[in-house]
Design a binder for this molecule. Structure first.
Ligand code: NAD
Length: 415
């Protein structure tokens, strides 16, 4: 199977003929601006020394400081981080926030580390990147298996190294040290705004709409909670250990409790245990992949029966699967739009940090709602006007915005 970066470049290639921008832009976006690869030594609890591989890719900064999360996962590699950084550049442009794109990662299974080891690793990451991360250069955030606690350690370490605390150097922090209200569920709330718009287009009534969610971490569990509160029927959910399915609807508050207390949705009593692969093929109205990339491919896309696929994860659908979805008339809400609520509220957090003035939850959520609804409709309109799928339309919107920033910075005799 092609790696995530190859898939990302194929998506870019597909959008080329519709974007109407200078061809030079594709040279600029064909590779990252900067790649950092480094080792992070950690003195483990048993006093042995362990070396972890760390990465940071700053893909493009035409629109502003680069922005993107840091992932801790055993399968992290440079190709994955490059793809995720590229998608961040596209996503920040779709969200129309003044950032470029970046991503970071550490090849580690954090579940095997003690809290002390995890803290040392996180501080080590910041020390390795100290000269190249900052509020006006590159601003990290949480991603898979990183969270607000880790962002807090990272912010503290950056402050120790630089001699002053600077909350705007990282987002997704705990509230006590400059986090924003509404950041915790922003990715899922943003996706919900898109899903609402998609349901209107497909004339689907939330109260009669079933949902399956793959992944029950930050993105997946908040989506289940918010959609359940809105009356959607969540019939399946999964995590790394597997999934659970009940066609009559899962008891979501109970499921959230089970996940928190017992560590996996599979501990839910009632319903039927299913695999992550089976979840994708269920008879369901809305499918929300919210775990990792490359899970919907040419070998299973045909078996997806959902009417709407909302990508909370980054890169869950391969280009071949995209074509199958198009043929089947599935309405795909692409990652760079569907999950952009997270980075949008990260931007709100950064703005609040720089102003030293903090917003109410209502203000955060109102601005997020306005942004998501307007960007969803901008992408939808492009897709209708050019008769292209939603992913390609989102790329077209992003490419136009990045192209304007490049043109505004560089002399061109075509102006
Ligand atoms: P998380 O670490 O909070 O949760 C990850 C979830 O995925 C866990 O429930 C885990 O059990 C599950 N998982 C891991 N491996 C799996 C597998 N092989 N099959 C099924 N499930 C598996 O991470 P998150 O922040 O929720 O991120 C999930 C996805 O959403 C990622 O693609 C991430 O890049 C994307 N995303 C997250 C945010 C955010 O704000 N958290 C924003 C934008 C995009």
């Amino acid at each position: 199977m092609a790696n995530a970066f190859e898939n990302a470049m194929r998506q870019l290639e597909k959008a080329k003929k519709y974007a109407g921008v200078e061809p030079e832009l594709f040279q600029i976006l064909g590779q990252p601006k900067m790649i950092f690869q480094f080792m992070i030594p950690v003195k483990m609890d048993d006093c042995s020394l362990k070396i972890f591989n760390g990465y940071r890719v700053q893909y493009n900064d035409a629109r502003g400081p680069t922005k993107g999360g840091i992932r801790y996962h055993p399968q992290v590699d440079l190709n994955e981080v490059k793809a995720l950084a590229f998608w961040m550049a596209m996503k920040c442009a779709v969200a129309n926030i003044p950032y470029g794109g970046a991503k970071g990662g550490v090849e580690v299974d954090p579940k095997k580390l003690s809290q002390r080891e995890l803290e040392l690793l996180s501080r080590g990451y910041i020390r390795a990147m100290k000269e190249n991360i900052g509020p006006e250069t590159d601003v990290p955030a949480p991603d898979v298996y990183t969270n607000a606690t880790i962002m807090g350690w990272m912010a503290d370490e950056w402050g120790l190294v630089h001699g002053h605390y600077e909350p705007a150097m990282i987002t997704g922090k705990p509230l006590a040290i400059g986090g924003s209200l509404g950041r915790d569920d922003a990715t899922s709330r943003g996706a919900l705004h898109c899903i609402r718009e998609a349901c209107k287009l497909r004339k689907m009534d939330p109260k009669r709409t079933t949902v399956a969610i793959q992944g029950f971490g930050n993105a997946g569990h908040f989506l289940a909670k918010l959609m359940n509160e809105e009356g959607f029927k969540i019939i399946a959910a999964s995590d790394s250990k597997g999934g659970i399915y009940d066609p009559n609807g899962l008891n979501v508050p109970e499921l959230l409790k089970v996940k928190e207390q017992k560590g996996s949705v599979q501990e839910y009593s009632g319903g039927k245990k299913i695999t992550n692969e089976e979840l994708l093929e269920l008879q369901v109205d809305i499918l929300a992949p919210a775990a990792l990339e490359n899970v919907i491919t040419k070998s299973n896309a045909d078996k997806v029966r959902a009417k709407i696929v909302a990508e909370l994860a980054n890169g869950p659908t391969t280009p071949e699967a995209d074509e199958i979805f198009e043929r089947k008339g599935i309405l795909l809400i692409p990652d760079i739009l569907a999950n952009s609520g997270g980075v949008s509220v990260s931007y709100f957090e950064w703005v609040q940090n720089r102003q030293g003035y903090y917003w109410s939850l209502e203000k955060v959520q109102k601005r997020l709602a306005e942004k998501m609804t307007s960007e969803f409709n901008a992408v939808w309109n492009i897709s209708q006007e050019k008769k292209i799928d939603m992913r390609t339309a989102a790329f077209v919107l992003a490419l136009k915005r990045i192209s304007s920033a490049v043109e505004a910075r560089v002399y061109s005799d075509k102006k």
